[in-house]
Design a protein around this ligand. Structure first.
Ligand code: ACO
Length: 331
C-alpha cells in the first residue's frame, strides 16, 4: 500500500527582506547574493513562533484536503527550529488545531525533514490499519539560529511552513534515505549546554572539542564542504528512489529539490540527467527555509495547476547531519 496527496498548504510570514536590505546590515551586495545563491528575497518571522507558522500551513492544507479535523490520525512535524525542547511541536499544533484523534511525533532531519516525514507517514499508514490520514507539517524559524553579523550565513535563510494531508492509496511512494554522520560538525547550532549543579568542566570541555567551532547559539556552517556533499547526495538519492520505483529521474513529471542554492540545484539536476523545465525552483523568493522548502514548493506546484492527479513528483533534500533523502510520490 502507499499514500496519495489529499491537500497541500503553506504559510510565509508577511515581512519580506530583500538583498538590498542586507547591504544595510552586513558587507554584501545584491550582485554577490544573486550570483552565488540565486536568492533575491526571503520571508522572515518577526517574532512569530514555529508552531504558529506550522498551524497556519496545516489549516491551509486541511482546508484544501476538504477533510474534517477529526479524520486526522497522526501528525508529523519536521523542524530544526522548534520553540521548545518539550513539548513536541506536533503536540502543540494538535492542541491548537483541535485534532483530538491524532497522536504526534516530531522529527529533526534538517532540510531533508519533509522527505523523511512523508516516508514515515507511509510506513505508519502501511503497517497500522487504524492510521488512514496523516498530516505532515514542516515549519521553520531558521533565522533565529543565524548570526545577523555573519554575511556568509545570514543572507541564505528565510522562515515559513508547508504542510500536506496524505491518505492511504494503492500507489506506493518510493524513498531512499541516507546519512553521513561524520559530517555532523560541518553544520550545527547548539541547544542548551550540558550544565547542572554537578558539572565537571573538564568533561564539558572534552565533549565540546567534538564541535570545535564556537558560534554560541548561532549556526556554524562550512558552506563549501556542505556544497560538495549536496551536489553528489541529491542526484544519488533521487536516482536510488527512482530505481526502486522502476523509473529514471527524467521519467518524473516534476522534481522538487531542496532550495539551498541555485548553483547546487543546477549541478545536481545536470548529474541527474533531467530536463531543467521539470525542476521547480522558488529560491529567489524564499531563500532556504530548511525542511519547509519542499512542501512550500509542492503547494505552489499544485496551486499553479502544474501537477495533476496521477503525476509522479520526485522530492529530494539534504542538510545538517549530514543527511539526505529522496521520495517519489504519485499525487
Ligand atoms: N556577500 C559578499 N561576500 C561574501 C558573502 C556575502 N554575503 N558571503 C561570503 N562572502 C565572501 C567570502 O568572505 C569570501 O571572500 P574571500 O574570498 O575574500 O575570503 C568569498 O565571498 C567567497 O566565499 P565562499 O564561501 O567561497 O563562497 P561560495 O561561492 O562557496 O558561496 C555559499 C558560499 C553560498 C554559502 C555556498 O558555499 C553554499 O551555498 N554552500 C552550501 C550551503 C548549504 O546548502 N547549506 C545547507 C544548509 S541547510 C540546513 O541543514 C540548515
Amino acid at each position: 500500500m502507499g499514500i496519495r496527496l489529499l491537500g497541500a498548504g503553506m504559510y510565509l510570514p508577511e515581512k519580506v527582506v530583500t538583498n538590498e536590505d542586507f547591504t544595510k546590515i552586513v558587507d554584501t551586495s545584491d550582485e554577490w547574493i544573486t550570483k552565488r545563491t540565486g536568492i533575491k528575497r526571503r520571508h522572515i518571522s518577526q517574532g512569530e513562533y514555529t508552531w504558529s507558522m506550522g498551524l497556519k500551513a496545516a489549516k491551509n492544507a486541511i482546508s484544501n484536503a476538504k477533510i474534517d479535523l477529526l479524520e486526522i490520525d497522526m501528525i508529523i512535524v519536521t523542524t530544526i527550529s522548534a520553540d521548545f525542547a518539550y513539548p513536541s511541536m506536533s503536540n502543540v499544533i494538535q492542541g491548537k488545531l483541535g485534532a483530538k484523534n491524532a497522536f504526534g511525533i516530531d522529527i529533526c532531519c534538517a532540510c531533508a525533514g519533509f522527505v523523511y516525514g512523508l516516508d514515515m507517514a507511509q510506513r505508519y499508514i502501511d503497517t497500522d490499519s487504524n492510521i488512514k490520514t496523516v498530516l505532515v507539517i514542516s515549519s521553520e524559524n531558521v533565522t533565529k539560529t543565524v548570526d545577523y553579523t555573519d554575511r556568509s550565513t545570514c543572507v541564505l535563510f528565510g522562515d515559513g511552513a508547508g504542510a500536506v494531508v496524505v491518505t492511504k492509496s494503492e500507489n506506493q511512494a518510493y524513498s531512499y534515505l541516507g546519512a553521513d554522520g561524520t559530517g555532523a560538525e560541518l553544520l550545527y547550532s547548539h541547544l542548551y549546554p550540558a550544565n547542572n549543579g554537578f558539572t565537571d568542566e573538564n568533561v564539558a570541555l572534552e565533549n565540546a572539542k567534538a564541535f570545535p567551532n564556537e558560534t554560541g547559539r548561532y549556526m556554524y556552517m562550512d558552506g563549501q564542504e556542505v556544497y560538495k556533499f549536496a551536489v553528489n547526495a541529491m542526484p544519488d538519492a533521487m536516482e536510488k528512489a527512482c530505481e526502486k520505483a522502476g523509473i529514471r529521474p527524467n521519467d518524473l513529471d516534476y522534481i522538487i529539490p531542496h532550495q539551498a542554492n541555485i548553483r547546487i540545484i543546477e549541478t545536481a539536476v545536470k548529474r541527474m540527467n533531467v530536463d531543467i523545465d521539470k525542476v521547480f525552483v522558488n529560491i529567489q523568493e524564499t531563500g532556504n527555509i530548511s525542511s519547509a522548502c519542499i512542501p512550500v514548493c509542492l503547494t505552489q506546484l499544485v496551486e499553479q495547476g502544474k501537477v495533476k492527479s496521477g503525476d509522479k513528483v520526485g522530492m529530494v533534500g539534504f542538510g545538517a547531519g549530514l543527511i539526505y533523502g529522496a521520495i517519489v510520490l504519485t499525487v
